[in-house]
Design a protein around this ligand. Structure first.
Ligand SMILES: [Zn+2]
Ligand SMILES: [Zn+2]
Length: 161
């Protein structure tokens, strides 16, 4: 992918099945490290290009390329729990006590095919983020974790203990 400085504007270029060599977020992880504001063993985070939609708008991604939450399996549960921990940590750190919301795009309604958690710190200014996104298009992280925990109950007990 060409680096124009506005990577996330090139939504249309990523219409085919993505692979790690043609993924805007893998590209940030590898070639645009200066955009990364926070990192944990399994995740990296950066500001969404559409930062004007809410007070603070951060995307939290797994370092491993995962297309969307339907491609998660038992080996990703620890990563998801880490993602949740990171989201709460950053929600407090960057939000100064403001409430925040988080969620995943619901397939197939997403543009970048690399799993990312939207962390939106209130106030949320646009109806896109407030009504449309959180009403219809974003799935709460806890629901995804719950689904995996149901699929892999023994593993969950192991991870959490
Ligand atoms: Zn990727
Ligand atoms: Zn997104």
């Amino acid at each position: 992918m060409k680096n124009s400085g506005n990577l996330l504007e090139s939504f249309d270029e990523i219409s085919r099945e993505s692979d790690p060599l043609d993924c805007a977020f893998c590209d940030i992880k590898i070639n645009w490290k200066e955009r990364i504001i926070e990192e944990s063993p399994r995740t990296f985070s950066f500001y969404d290009r559409n930062s004007g939609r809410c007070k603070v708008h951060i995307l939290i991604c797994p370092k491993k390329h995962i297309k969307n939450y339907n491609f998660l399996n038992s080996s990703d549960l620890e990563m998801l729990l880490e993602m949740r921990q990171e989201a709460h940590r950053m929600g407090s750190k960057y939000g100064d006590g403001s409430p925040y919301r988080m969620g995943f795009h619901i397939p197939p309604f997403y543009s970048i095919k690399h799993l990312h958690l939207h962390l939106c710190i209130e106030p949320i200014y646009t109806c896109w983020s407030k009504a449309v996104t959180f009403g219809l298009n974003l799935k709460p992280l806890d629901q995804v974790i719950e689904k995996l925990e149901k699929l892999y109950p023994k593993l969950t007990i192991f991870v959490l203990s």
